[in-house]
Design a protein around this ligand. Structure first.
Ligand SMILES: Cc1cc2nc3c(=O)[nH]c(=O)nc-3n(C[C@H](O)[C@H](O)[C@H](O)COP(=O)(O)OP(=O)(O)OC[C@H]3O[C@@H](n4cnc5c(N)ncnc54)[C@H](O)[C@@H]3O)c2cc1C
Ligand code: FES
Ligand code: FES
Length: 1279
């Protein structure tokens, strides 16, 4: 393909006067802000400015890469293409503040608050229980606000638009339900639930209408201007000629064209400082489109959102461009809505240009359809290039100007695929584009075959394209030739953490076959193959929540939203990082050892970092006056000391070695890269997993814990099965990262950690500083998610911040960036199990010998051995089980509690063995379970209830029929029971104070509000006990003074425990005020309390929960769950089509809160078993350390039909107020999902011709895992 050249008009290149500005102006809400360039750095993000300069901390920040959505704000603007007024959700973490000149921005505080009234979006999210920890809520609200204000919203729009907003707590169902209630096509029952819409005061924007936008707009319309005279420059250009001129003037400078500025979310290097930034977002030539001749010509910097809209509109009107529909659908799978609102075609192509390995979907599509790119040099020379040539050409001082798309007759068919590890917001495992140009028959004039993510150099399957020229596509011989050729042509490289070369190569071949099935006329296809062509289509999700509440006990058992919900949805709720900076505020950054495990530290060279302006000090273990340990012995669960900072031998890659502090967080984060670690590398191979340890015979790394002997052995052994079971780490993915704020007092420290355990924080800091415990005051308002990660691990962060604060006597905030958080902090304990099981012909277990290994990481601290054993034995008759438990020590960060620690693992191991037996013996898995279930539990009753309620047996028959009729789509179903013994511990305190002034009540307790609704339950209980309205009760932050010595918030028990303490306190208060009440007859509450006050009655009381207290007993939580999946055998992708879950919650104190716990836990478990994979390199460096590589479930990964039921009339005789705990158990039930997938895969394996239908659980059942285990063989890929 040749290139054509032309020259821009000479006049275009004439100089334009560039105006120097020293400020920019923009509106936030209705207020204009003027930013002086002398006050900021060009790399400052809008997010940083909002949070740190304007103190609008409702907008959160987490990943800083466009991958979590917590930072979303709304931009009100004119669409450059349509000129319509638009509301755009954008990621404030990726928007440079200097781009904002003339913008109008809304943050969550600006659309509604307690004074002006809440916006409908804020209100529905709160009322439908769409918040738990609330950290994601402002981002959710703003993403929805943009959709809502854009009007004509459908439920499908809502379902499709939250791929970039991660919520780890709720499981998304209530968020989607809330937002769908605002849609024009909302189900009537949803609309009926809409809260008092009439009296909603919708934001102040009505007042200003568009005036301020128009005004702001004008301020950006000054001709090309430059900011920063002397240092790095920011130049905003409005015309192409100015752009070229500008680039001509500064040829020696390093520069970056700033379009959407989102590329830094993919490759961090795009955030590196340069000399010159040129903002190209307002250049019409780059952002508009036109038809030229037969071609559609797009400005290269048109955004992806606009591209989708333009493509959809053109495809509707022009038949020869109908292929653009497919392109629009594919682009809809790129990133997420806020990213696409800013990301541009040119920016995407430039990433591909700079990093050929990048699996760009834009590049793939454009190359497939034969698009051409116009590139212009600064001298005005234009060249037209194919995308595949463009990525090889030098682009320095050149601009990507246009994208030219050809028209095609209806004989040309485009099919494209993006196979992803989860439904949305993730890059492709493999992407593929096929353009088939047919003769008026099945014979091809030409075929274009493009694949992404095969290897950096791979673009076209060129020799296969040649084979297909003139061939009949719908012919089995042609197809086999193609597959054979592709097998040679597709040389996938090894690129962890991306899936294996085998997977990517085979998937690519399979996609070709899928395209053929999709295009081939039905009559040419075997009926069993027909369903193989279409991709999985996900309908709008739905769910039911079935529970009862007892009105006679209200407010106890009343279904209510979280008390803090409106504060969370309006951005008023404060998290640690939102606390205002104080005079002399310092910020810290952890310095990590970028050295393989077992390396010996020789020296830490901090000279360069300390020389940087604004850097104050560096502290390491040498500066610790007391104990270099953040896990103080003597506290429950703590078995070993753990270093705050490495003391010499590096225990794991990226172990913290010190803290650097300075005045600005961004400067400190930059400066840590200047610290050099000088170390001796060890020649001992790092041990990164249990299997590696066992294989290498490193018995010194295996610690035997105990062996449980069987009570008997059955004598009817007809079948013996051996197998393995392995599950690995899970990153907790709490949205608020590990952080702590420490403020020195005159004699100690006030500490505000994002911790689940105040006592540990207090003792650890005191021991480290060698000062008394009573000098450390710990206060916690809430955590933005925790899931076990903040039980002990936050101790490290709190100690580091406290050390710096103590040494400098200045306030220090320390918040770990996502990558540091993921690399330095341990995760869920992996479990490996070897087993041998003997069963009779009915599948009844005669003996089971198993050996468990829990991988504790670098230190054997928290212990889950007991839980593993107990839950392994909890559901099925365990008399014949021999259970051996061991711990293995690996060179990874010390692992830690994660939601249902040990319990999830133990339960999953036995369920996997049961399924192995069922599939191997071809016995119905539910029947097999019933045969082996313990008889001393009501589990059989639960299983049978589920069968009826969820219609399981009929569906199973339908699935069997479906699987017979379909070769390339399969369904699967699995049901698992759960007996969850609640661990009780303590102490947990609660203090209740009644104020005489108005009779209002305040509670402070020893638990931590981590999203589980503890404060709501405590309030309900207190109001119930005292017989007063809930409005009279408030809960204030937890404090180490009020609730001294309280233990960790964990094990699901804390809500109940602090309710117990509250009841005790209320009982004391009621006893004290009773005589006065009796005397007064029938006083109002206020009169009664005032009188008690006058009689010097103590109106404060404290209660405590612990195993020593009367009526504190353990109990079982029972549950059962059925999951159904639909699998695409040719891609490995699947939909979780239905989940029915029954969990025994006793008489729920707060049913909506408990529904939230159950749904959220289940989805977190689903993520663990499906999309969340942790990958290390051979040295132990974590490769999955950001949102680009680690994938918790998104809104379109959840069950499509999710039904939850709490058994009715089911009081817990030994629970607090007859309730049961809900925080963790449901996470265990999620194992039904990988088992359902295995059921579906078993059918594919049978069709593939193997008799070995079972394959072991070995980590998450990812798309790669499923695809490879379907044993696809391309000789079977026939019509
Ligand atoms: C969370 C997330 C998920 C993503 N997922 C996907 C995905 O699944 N598939 C996929 O393909 N992509 C994905 N992307 C990439 C995304 O498409 C790109 O980040 C985006 O298109 C870049 O465009 P931009 O305008 O933001 O570029 P910018 O960040 O503004 O610029 C990037 C580079 O391009 C240069 N540049 C910009 N315009 C021009 C021009 N006209 N001429 C010459 N150079 C120019 C700049 O100098 C800079 O070097 C994802 C991104 C994020 C953040
Ligand atoms: S912080 Fe901006 S998307 Fe995560
Ligand atoms: S409520 Fe969504 S992350 Fe916690």
């Amino acid at each position: 393909m040749g290139t054509t050249q032309s020259s821009l008009n000479e006049e275009n290149l004439q100089s334009t006067k560039i105006k120097n500005l020293n400020e920019i102006r923009f509106h936030v809400q209705d207020q204009e802000h003027v930013v002086k360039t002398e006050d900021i750095d060009p790399n400052t993000s809008l997010n940083f400015y909002l949070r740190n300069h304007l103190h609008l901390t409702g907008t959160k920040v987490m990943c800083r890469e466009g991958g979590c959505g917590s930072c979303v704000v709304v931009l009100q603007n004119k669409d450059p293409v349509t000129q319509k007024k638009i509301f755009l959700a954008v990621n404030s973490c990726l928007v440079p503040i200097l781009s904002c000149n003339g913008w109008k921005i809304y943050t969550v505080e600006g659309i509604g608050d307690p004074l002006v009234g809440y916006h409908p979006v804020q209100k529905v999210l709160a009322n439908f229980n769409g918040t738990q920890c609330g950290f994601c809520s402002p981002g959710m609200v703003m993403n929805m606000y943009a959709l809502y204000e854009s009007g004509k919203l459908t439920m499908q729009d809502v379902e499709n638009s939250f791929g970039g907003n991660i919520c780890r707590c709720t499981g998304y169902r209530p968020i989607l339900t809330a937002f769908k209630s605002l849609c024009k096509d909302a189900n009537p029952e949803l609309l009926g639930q809409y809260p008092d819409i009439e009296d909603l005061v919708v934001c102040q924007r009505e007042k200003c209408e568009w005036e301020c936008v128009e005004q702001s707009d004008k301020s950006d319309k000054v001709p090309t201007y430059t900011l920063f005279e002397d240092t790095s420059k920011w130049i905003k250009v409005h015309t192409l000629k100015d752009l070229l001129k500008t680039m001509q003037s500064y040829t020696k400078l390093t520069y970056r064209l700033v379009a959407g500025n989102t590329a830094q979310g993919v490759y961090q290097a795009y955030a590196n400082p340069v000399d010159l930034y040129i903002d190209v977002t307002s250049i019409p030539e780059l952002t508009l489109y036109e038809f030229k001749g037969d071609s559609l010509v797009l400005g290269a910097n048109i955004t992806l959102s606009n591209t989708i809209e333009v493509f959809q509109n053109i495809a509707k009107t022009y038949p020869n461009f109908s292929y653009l529909n497919q392109m629009a659908d594919h682009i809809d799978l790129i990133a997420n809505v806020p990213v696409r609102n800013r990301a541009t075609l040119a920016g995407n192509l430039m990433i591909k240009h700079d990093h050929n390995e990048f699996p760009s979907d834009v590049f793939l599509l454009l190359e497939t359809v034969g698009a051409l790119l116009t590139v212009v040099s600064v001298d005005g020379t234009q060249t037209i290039q194919r995308p595949s040539d463009f990525i090889k050409n030098e682009m320095k001082l050149k601009i990507l100007l246009k994208v030219i798309l050809p028209e095609y007759s209806n004989l040309v068919k485009l099919v494209s695929y993006k196979i992803m590890p989860r439904a949305q917001n993730v890059h492709a495992i493999v992407n593929a584009g096929f353009l088939f140009q047919f003769h008026p028959s099945y014979v091809l004039d030409k075929a274009t075959i493009v694949y992404g993510n095969i290897n950096p150099a791979f673009i076209h399957a060129s020799s296969t394209e040649t084979i297909l020229q003139g061939a009949n596509l719908f012919d089995n011989h042609t197809l086999q030739t193609v597959y054979a050729n592709l097998s040679h042509e597709l040389e996938a490289d090894v690129r962890p953490p991306d899936p294996s070369p085998l997977c990517r190569q085979q998937l690519a071949i399979s996609l070709f076959y899928k395209a053929v099935l999709f295009l081939a006329p039905d009559h040419l296809l075997s009926p069993r193959h027909l369903s193989g062509g279409p991709v999985l289509q996900r309908p709008i999700s739905k769910g039911t929540q079935d529970y009862e509440s007892n009105k006679s006990l209200y407010p106890l058992t009343k279904p209510i939203p979280k008390l803090e919900a409106l504060a969370q949805t309006s951005g008023q709720a404060e998290y640690i990082e939102d606390m205002p900076d104080l005079h002399n505020q310092l910020h810290g950054a952890l310095v990590l050892a970028h050295a393989p495990p077992n390396s010996k530290i020789i020296r830490i060279d901090t000279k360069k970092a300390l020389e940087m302006e604004g850097i104050v000090a560096f502290f390491s273990k040498a500066d610790i006056p007391g104990d270099n340990n953040f896990t103080p012995l003597g506290l429950s669960y703590i078995n070993a000391k753990e270093e705050i900072f490495c003391s010499g031998r590096v225990m794991y890659y990226e172990q913290p070695i010190g803290i650097l502090v300075g005045y600005r967080e961004d400067v400190v984060q930059y400066a840590i890269n200047l610290i050099e670690l000088i170390y001796d590398e060890s020649n001992v191979e790092p041990m990164l997993s249990t299997r590696q340890i066992l294989k290498s015979g490193r018995t010194d790394r295996v610690i035997h814990v105990r062996t449980v002997q069987p009570k008997r052995k059955g004598n009817d052994v007809q079948h013996v099965l051996k197998g393995t079971f392995d599950i690995y780490q899970q990153y907790h993915f709490h949205m608020e990262l590990q952080c702590c704020n420490v403020i020195p007092t005159e004699d100690g420290l006030n500490v505000y950690p994002s911790s689940q355990w105040m006592d540990l924080t207090q003792v650890a800091i005191a021991n480290m500083l060698k000062i008394p415990n009573n000098k450390i005051n710990v206060t916690i308002r809430r955590c933005g998610g925790a899931f076990g990660a903040k039980i002990t691990r936050n101790g490290l962060v709190a100690c580091a911040a406290a050390l710096a604060s103590w040494k400098l006597r200045k306030p220090v905030k320390l918040s770990l960036p996502l990558k540091t958080n993921m690399a330095a902090i341990g995760k869920r304990f992996p479990l490996s199990t070897d087993y041998e099981v003997g069963v009779n012909n009915s599948g009844i277990i005669q003996y089971l010998n198993c050996r468990h290994y829990t991988d504790v990481g670098a230190q054997r601290n928290e212990d889950i051995s007991n839980e593993v054993v107990n839950f392994f034995s909890a559901s099925y008759v365990p008399d014949t089980f021999t259970i051996d438990v061991n711990k293995t020590i690996t060179d990874t960060p010390t692992n830690t509690f994660a939601r249902a620690p040990g319990t999830l693992e133990g339960l999953a191991a036995i369920e996997s063995i049961i399924e192995h037996i069922a599939i191997s013996l071809n016995v119905d898995p539910i029947e097999l379970r019933l045969r082996n279930l313990r008889t001393d539990t009501p589990l059989a009753k639960y299983v049978n209830e589920l069968r009826t309620w969820a219609n399981v047996d009929t569906r199973k028959q339908e699935i069997t029929d479906f699987n017979k009729e379909n070769r390339w789509k399969k369904k699967g179903i699995a049901a698992v029971p759960m007996a969850y013994e609640l661990a009780i511990g303590g102490p947990y305190a609660a203090m209740v104070s009644i104020f005489h002034g108005d009779g209002s009540v305040q509670i402070s307790h020893g638990g931590v509000e981590i999203g589980q609704g503890i404060n709501t339950k405590v309030t309900q209980v207190c109001a119930y006990k005292l017989g007063i309205p809930m409005e009279k009760v408030s809960v204030v932050p937890s404090s180490s003074f009020v609730a001294a010595n309280s233990t960790q918030t964990g094990s699901s028990i804390t809500s109940e425990a602090v309710c117990y303490g509250t009841i005790q306190a209320c009982d004391q208060l009621l006893a004290r005020i009773k005589p006065v009440r009796d005397r007064l007859g029938n006083p109002t509450w206020e009169q009664l309390i005032q009188k008690c006050f006058e009689e010097f009655i103590d109106l404060t009381a404290r209660g405590q929960y612990s195993p020593n207290e009367p009526n504190v007993q353990t109990y079982q939580v029972y549950g059962v769950c059925a999951a159904e999946v639909l699998l695409d055998v040719l891609t490995g992708q699947y939909l979780v089509t239905r989940v029915d879950l029954i969990e025994d919650t006793g008489e729920s104190m707060s049913p909506e809160i408990d529904i939230g716990q159950v749904e959220g836990a289940f989805v977190m478990g689903m993520g663990y078993y499906t999309t969340e994979q942790i990958v290390y390199n051979y040295e132990g460096k974590l490769l999955t350390n950001n949102t680009w590589t680690y994938h918790p479930p998104g809104a379109r990964d959840i069950p499509i039909n999710f039904n939850v039921k709490f058994p009715k009339n089911n009081p817990n005789p030994v629970g607090v107020l007859k309730s049961k705990a809900t925080g963790e158990p449901a996470v265990c039930l999620a194992v039904a999902v990988p088992l359902a997938i295995r059921h579906a895969v078993a059918s594919a394996r049978a069709d593939a011709g193997t008799s070995d239908l079972w394959y072991p659980i070995d980590g998450p059942t990812t798309v790669e895992n499923v695809f490879l285990n379907c044993l696809n063989d391309h000789t079977h890929y026939t019509l």
